[in-house]
Design a binder for this molecule. Structure first.
Ligand SMILES: Cc1cc2nc3c(=O)[nH]c(=O)nc-3n(C[C@H](O)[C@H](O)[C@H](O)COP(=O)(O)O)c2cc1C
Length: 178
């Protein structure tokens, strides 16, 4: 069993990253293999709607780091989408990745997989209706099941370190993955 985590915050060792790490730690406790990708370290070009992914072998025509991320997404059981709330949505880098998931619609590449959403923000869960709706609708479209979400209030760098309860919750989400 494998979990792939996508960290869509530019701040390493900060709120999103720490929560994602706690989820992965919990998953490893349940004998999952884990991998984390920092989206700000990889090159993801914007989707240009060329429609190449709608025909033939459903391949994306853009030759960047998504070409190594596509197979990873398809081989895991669970994907953790970690992004801070930026203007009530995901970060730009996370949105670039989501836009590039189109090849996996026609090929059913993510169908049946599980997802966890991690989204810290200054305002907390009450401000997250748009981002949760966006991920929920996108997951429905892709046939992905949202099995957990964590939307804590945190603003300063690494603030979640002072929230042991939230970190425990993250660990439990990872450990409880089936
Ligand atoms: C460009 C930008 C936009 C943001 N927009 C929001 C927002 O709309 N609502 C909110 O509650 N917090 C907002 N925040 C705060 C971040 O969500 C918060 O600091 C979060 O903890 C950052 O996560 P990180 O430490 O993993 O980078 C924003 C921060 C930045 C830099």
């Amino acid at each position: 069993m494998k979990v792939l985590a996508l960290v869509g915050s530019p701040r390493k060792e900060s709120n999103t990253d720490l929560l994602v790490s706690a989820i992965l730690e919990g998953a490893r406790k349940s004998n999952y293999k884990t991998e984390k990708i920092y989206l700000y370290d990889v090159n993801i070009a914007p989707c240009v709607d060329c429609k190449k992914c709608k025909k033939g072998n459903y391949q994306c025509g853009l030759l960047d780091d998504m070409q190594t991320i596509y197979p990873k997404l398809q081989e895991v059981d669970t994907i953790v989408f970690g992004t801070p709330l930026y203007w009530y949505g995901p970060t730009g880098k996370m949105k670039l990745l989501i836009d590039r998931l189109s090849p996996l619609i026609a090929s059913n590449g993510l169908k049946g997989k599980k997802a966890v959403l991690v989204g810290p923000s200054e305002e907390g869960a009450d401000a997250c209706s748009f981002i949760v709706g966006m991920f929920n609708s996108s997951f429905d479209y892709l046939g992905v099941h949202l099995v957990g979400k964590l939307l804590p209030k945190a603003s300063e760098k690494a603030e979640v370190k002072a929230q042991p309860e939230t970190l425990r919750e993250a660990f439990a989400i990872g450990q409880g993955l089936k």
